[in-house]
Design a protein around this ligand. Structure first.
Ligand SMILES: CC(C)(COP(=O)(O)OP(=O)(O)OC[C@H]1O[C@@H](n2cnc3c(N)ncnc32)[C@H](O)[C@@H]1OP(=O)(O)O)[C@@H](O)C(=O)NCCC(=O)NCCS
Length: 184
């Protein structure tokens, strides 16, 4: 998939589109990206941040991601429904020199208004397509979300194990984290 090119996934409904976002496109979509992240934290997702976590804080965090995209250390995907951005995921390429064949799957996020319609799966399919195009052979990730856990298993990811009490939910409760991998 070329930079900026769209793909339509067989899993997702026809009106769902996933595209790679350049740093400039991500900067234009920064408000929507921030709203998606803030909504996921407000919904209780353990994705690095503690409540309360507003759009302004999310915006600051996206600034760093956009810099990483500009530096070619992150491939950022935008998931659209009917032309509006509702989801995102990142292929993290900032790996040590001895792991050039590997990338991290980071921050798979879908706004609560657009869940359960295949956007999360479509984002992951697009990410894997791009990872294969880059000749990457291994994807790794971790999650504390039961919804994401089911999605990754459905897409063929293997559980390495669970680390109890690895992180916190936004409200301060401990949560377990599951490590997954998939060979491409
Ligand atoms: C995990 C997450 C990204 C999934 O996004 P999503 O867009 O809802 O994912 P999908 O729609 O592909 O799949 C969700 C469910 O909808 C179902 N579904 C997908 N398309 C459907 C359709 N057309 N009709 C009915 N159901 C459908 C899937 O089978 C799946 O069912 P399951 O939960 O029973 O397994 C989302 O829940 C999220 O953002 N969570 C908060 C952030 C988070 O925790 N991210 C993970 C970080 S590792």
């Amino acid at each position: 998939m070329s930079e900026g090119a769209g793909i339509r996934s067989g899993i997702a409904p026809a009106w769902t589109e996933v595209r790679i976002l350049s740093a400039e496109e991500a900067a234009r979509e920064r408000r929507a990206l921030s709203e998606i992240l803030a909504d996921c934290v407000a919904g209780g997702a353990s994705v690095s941040f503690m409540a309360p976590f507003g759009v302004e804080e999310a915006d600051r965090w996206w600034g760093g991601v956009i810099e990483s995209v500009a530096a070619d250390l992150t491939v950022l995907f935008g998931g659209y429904r009917d032309g509006a951005l509702f989801g995102t995921v990142q292929l993290g390429l900032d790996v040590p020199p001895n792991q050039p064949h590997r990338a991290d799957v980071k921050k798979l996020l879908v706004h609560r208004r657009a869940r359960g319609m295949g956007l999360g799966a479509a984002l992951m399919v697009a990410l894997e397509t791009e990872a294969r195009r880059r000749k990457l052979g291994l994807l790794t990730l971790d999650t504390a979300s039961p919804e994401a856990d089911r999605l990754y298993r459905r897409l063929g990811y293997t559980e390495t194990g669970v680390i109890p009490n690895y992180a916190l939910f936004p409200d301060g409760r401990f949560c377990d984290t599951t490590i997954f991998w998939k060979a491409l």
